[in-house]
Design a protein around this ligand. Sequence first.
Ligand code: SF4
Ligand code: MG
Length: 322
Amino acid sequence: MSLLEVSDVRKYFPIKSGVFFRREVGRVHAVDGVSLSVEAGETLGVVGESGCGKSTLARCMTGLYEVTSGKITFDGDMRRDVQMVFQDPYGSLNPRRRIGSIIADPLVIHREGTAASRRERVKELMALVGLNPEHYNRFPAEFSGGQRQRVGIARALALNPRLVVCDEPVSALDVSIQAQVVNLLKDLQTELGLTYVFIAHDLSVVRYVSDRVAVMYLGKIVEIAPGEELYERPRHPYTAALLSAASVADPDRPRDRVVLRGDVPSPISPPRACRFHPRCPKAQERCTVEEPLLLGDGHQWACHFPVEPGEHLRSAEPGLEG
Ligand code: SF4
Ligand code: MG
């Protein structure tokens, strides 16, 4: 059994309108039929542009959001064993509370130990993430961005979780600090035997940390594969376009940049059948009537006309009208 299994999960947010009688006028299809599994000890990277549903999926995985439909199963106690590291180390720490008490929060919520033993545990956690345990009584404002993210990591580790979902853990940090925090997460994984879901829009960071990578587009996973395989041989045209734009592919074999036309369509009324068809350089009639399913073994993609090895997508070819 996998550590975490996500089966056909949907998360829709109602959009309400009206002054006196608020009624639902539409729904944001933030996550729309996602299935995947996370194996113990691995890092599963999830990439996609902002608004593709990555953070919503993360919050469903940690139980912070109730799913609209579908199922999430975890081999353990989800409330204790799944923890989250948030994107914004500024916004996620209460500025009026001392670091020590912030890190102790999960221990207090789960009624772990005594005040004295919690204090010892917090100091231990601070040392583990590279913070000076003597700074226990300081406030978040006295720390740099990177240190604040270390506080967020210490808090996430307080209960010895098995799975940590990291939602863009370094994207709010200076580039010079990002590698330190990413390497800390990697070291902690080895030391504590952690499993990660690592969400980011930065493809090179995801490549560096992940064993497998899932690519999201408009609420769906369009491709999932072992990291190297995905970066070397993307099969979904969207993945190929993302990689070409980020130039994280092998520098010895540069890809031509594929420019997608238009913007990401609204998740309120996503395009029918293949959601990528209005922007896809390979779209054909079939893509507008039949939804491609995520198929394959190990390397899975959801596309009727996948990119062939060695094929170069061209940006000039317009997609079909939605
Ligand atoms: Fe493009 Fe068609 Fe594949 Fe969708 S199914 S990604 S439109 S080729
Ligand atoms: Mg996000």
